[in-house]
Write a protein that binds this ligand. Structure first.
Ligand code: UVW
Length: 318
């Protein structure tokens, strides 16, 4: 953030808000737009039976891309066949041996849902909850209500990289809702109200080719804030924004220097769920081949009490 960056309170003072729309106790926001009607309609999109789990591998031998202040998950083997080389190994009637392991991981260190209360400004989270409710754990708008309800609906893949004729978008490259609409038109798919939007940039390919240089002047490509973009998301009643980048939007706005404006304008204010770090490569290749970009989408993050996010392996079916 630059010294001259405007305060989010000022920047978003006239921005649309869904606070109170689903009652004073709501913790899932725009996911309320996905009711039985949307689930049944989405199920009608399943035609070929092709299944795409879009989680990125945890513990990838080539590394796990994470937000700069986080670290990749560490998996530790606790029990394996070598355990029984020792005389004091656990003995089970019948001679059972087994493997056991654990991971130490940031809850937002892999493909994940952000809790709606994950970000805030001006002392207030989604739906107006006091930011002090985050102290020691999320008492309000944690990831758990999202996990308890699940997310199912019609999704549209917008392959921005292919649309722009690139292997991957570059650092700090931005695009707008008008670009999303143009991409959908080029792909021949209709964007409808209450669609889950999935955006492919293939930016994380650079994590695997650049090594440590990937984090120098870290600024991911992505959607850039404008009042018109936020209004479009509000009018379209978008429940969930899914991308293959670490944080779903351009990290720092190139015009005003504000960090993660859309986390606040879309998640905190409109209650739009954010799903980050998905792997869209197999899905996008298939869509490019068959021209089908409207998809059945189902996901539920892990149920973590008071969590500010949690891992997920969303399933897309054609
Ligand atoms: C931050 O908002 C800092 O991270 P995430 O990418 O998990 O949303």
């Amino acid at each position: 953030m630059t010294d001259t960056a405007p305060d989010l309170t000022d920047l978003l003072k006239d921005a649309p808000s869904n606070w109170g729309k689903w009652g004073p106790d709501d913790e899932v926001g725009s996911l309320n737009y996905l009711g039985a009607e949307q689930v049944i309609a989405a199920a009608g999109l399943i035609r070929s039976g092709k299944v795409f789990p879009i989680q990125r591998l945890i513990g990838d031998p080539k590394g796990d891309p994470v937000w700069p202040s986080r670290k990749a998950a560490v998996r530790t083997q606790l029990l394996d066949e070598s355990t029984w080389d020792s005389d004091d190994a656990p003995a089970f009637p019948g001679g059972l041996h087994y493997a056991d392991d654990k991971i130490e991981a940031f809850l937002q260190g892999s493909t994940q849902y952000d809790a709606l209360g994950h970000v805030w400004y001006d002392g207030k989270l989604w739906n107006g909850y006091d930011a002090r409710t985050t102290v020691g754990g999320m008492d309000k708008a944690s990831v758990r209500p999202i996990a308890d309800r699940g997310v199912v609906g019609r999704a549209v893949l917008l392959d921005m990289a292919r649309y722009l004729g690139k292997d991957n978008l570059e650092s700090a490259e931005t695009y707008t809702h008008e670009d999303l609409i143009a991409c959908a038109e080029k792909q021949g798919v209709e964007l409808r109200k209450r669609d889950i939007i999935i955006i492919r940039t293939n930016y994380l390919a650079l994590f695997f080719t650049l090594g440590d240089a990937f984090y120098e002047d870290f600024c991911e490509p992505g959607l850039q804030y404008s009042p018109e973009l936020v209004q479009w998301f509000a009018d379209m009643e978008i429940p969930n924004l899914v991308t293959d980048t670490i944080a779903n939007e351009v990290t720092t706005d190139p015009d005003n220097g504000v960090a993660l404006t859309l986390h606040n304008a879309l998640m905190r204010n409109l209650g739009i769920a954010f799903t980050e770090i998905v792997d869209l490569e197999a899905l996008a290749a298939d869509c490019a081949e068959d021209g089908v970009y409207e998809l059945f989408y189902a996901a539920a993050p892990l149920k973590v009490d008071r969590g500010s996010g949690s891992p997920v392996n969303p399933i897309v079916i054609k």
